[in-house]
Design a protein around this ligand. Structure first.
Ligand code: PLP
Length: 396
């Protein structure tokens, strides 16, 4: 008998629920960047990627409000590529120090497109990746049909070993700049040296570094003093610190032109609304000039880390606004998140398979819009919620 696809899906979902790993949607009513109303109740939020608070910046919102058309009406190569898209691409290229940039509708699509094109251009290409890379990078390599080899998190020597094992193969080394779940920064300078020596191409996904670190917030590549020759393929998203939505790939003219020719996730999809491009360009200008917001963010992070240290909450070595609190079992992470929620604080429990088994955590993120008193309120709630048993053995 032919197996039923829907019955198999229902069985997989039941198993996930039985394992305590079921994911549930929450419907959020508009917030102000610090607070959000969820199911009729107001919460202080520590789970947004809007690190600079630009999603609620009046100038960004006003740019959206000036829209004269709701959508672009077509793909870029048809007639959806407006003056606003082109101006945003120029602003992103200038900010990141690249010849050109190319807009994609999402970060998932940007990574899928560039990996399909680059890994597909030479038979037998290999994709070498940090074990904690974002899902879009893993999926991009798989969809491109490349052999995927992963190295231990942050281990540039591990990347070098993988390359040395396959000397005759074209290779793309891909890494998050700032890791989305751990908040730490990839060893980019070392990776760049290895890639140069091995003739491999380095690809950095800077979704969480852009706007947050580096001179003028230009991201982790600039923070590591590297340029386009060191990191020829830079991908960034607009939906995190820039506060809007969308993504881009920046690099040489020939890289960008090649993507326009061949990237299926660029070619066969509707261009983002022009007003979104306009709002994103306003956000880029604000992010470049946001040293005050970055300084405020850094002081909030320092306040949190000092307070957490006093409570015996062992944190990961992160200096970014992503501050994971590792709690171990998924059940404990959920219980702590529920206890915080009962006190009006929203923090997301992140469980397997998003993170490895035994590494369930609260992924706490901070915004320049938070007040120091918000951090204190969070710390007091954590002190009540986190069991003593997980306070010191939390990080191995
Ligand atoms: C969020 C994220 C993406 C995906 O970007 P979207 O625009 O949300 O699709 C890709 N890579 C990393 C590291 C991310 O954090």
């Amino acid at each position: 008998m032919r197996p039923s696809l829907l019955a198999a899906l229902a069985a997989a979902a039941s198993k996930r629920e039985a394992d305590g790993l079921y994911r549930r949607l929450r419907t959020v009513d508009a917030g102000d960047g610090r607070h959000a109303t969820v199911d009729g109740r107001r919460y202080l939020v520590f789970g947004s990627n809007d690190y600079l608070g630009l999603a609620h910046h009046p100038d960004v919102v006003a740019a959206l409000g000036r829209a004269v058309q709701a959508g672009s009406g077509a793909a870029h190569l048809v007639n959806g590529h407006t003056r606003e898209h082109s101006a945003l691409e120029e602003a992103l290229a200038a900010w990141t120090g690249r010849e050109k940039s190319l807009l994609f509708s999402t970060g998932m699509m940007a990574n899928a497109g560039l990996m399909q094109v680059l890994l597909g251009s030479v038979a037998g290409s290999i994709s070498i990746q940090d074990r904690l890379n974002h899902a879009s990078l893993i999926d991009g390599a798989r969809a491109a049909g490349a052999e995927l080899r992963r190295y231990p998190h942050g281990d540039a020597d591990g990347a070098a070993r993988q390359l040395a094992l396959r000397p005759g193969h074209a290779a793309l080394v891909s890494t998050d700049g700032v890791f989305s779940m751990d908040g730490d920064i990839a060893p980019l300078a070392t990776l760049a040296g290895i890639c140069r020596r091995e003739g491999a191409l380095l690809h950095v996904d800077d979704a969480h570094g852009l706007g947050v670190i580096g001179q003028q917030g230009a991201g982790s590549v600039v923070a590591a003093n590297l340029g386009m020759a060191d990191v020829p393929v830079l991908m960034g998203t607009l939906g995190k610190a820039l506060g809007t939505s969308g993504a881009f790939v920046a690099g040489s003219s020939s890289l960008v032109e090649g993507l326009v020719q061949f990237a299926r996730s660029y070619i066969y999809t509707t261009a983002m609304p022009p007003a979104l491009a306009a709002a994103s360009r306003v956000a880029v200008g604000l992010a470049q000039a946001a040293d005050d917001r970055r300084a405020r963010l850094a002081s909030l992070v320092a306040r949190f880390r000092a307070g957490a240290g006093q409570l015996g909450l062992a944190l990961l070595p992160s200096s970014t606004p992503i501050q994971p609190l590792i709690l171990g079992e998924a059940g404990i992470a959920c219980a702590v998140a529920a206890a915080l929620a009962a006190e009006g604080i929203l923090a997301t429990a992140i469980r397997p398979p998003t993170v490895p088994v035994g590494k369930a955590r609260l992924r706490l993120t901070f915004s320049a819009l938070h007040e120091p008193s918000d951090i204190d309120r969070l710390l007091e709630a954590l002190d009540r919620a986190v069991p003593e048993t997980v306070r010191d053995r939390a990080v191995q």
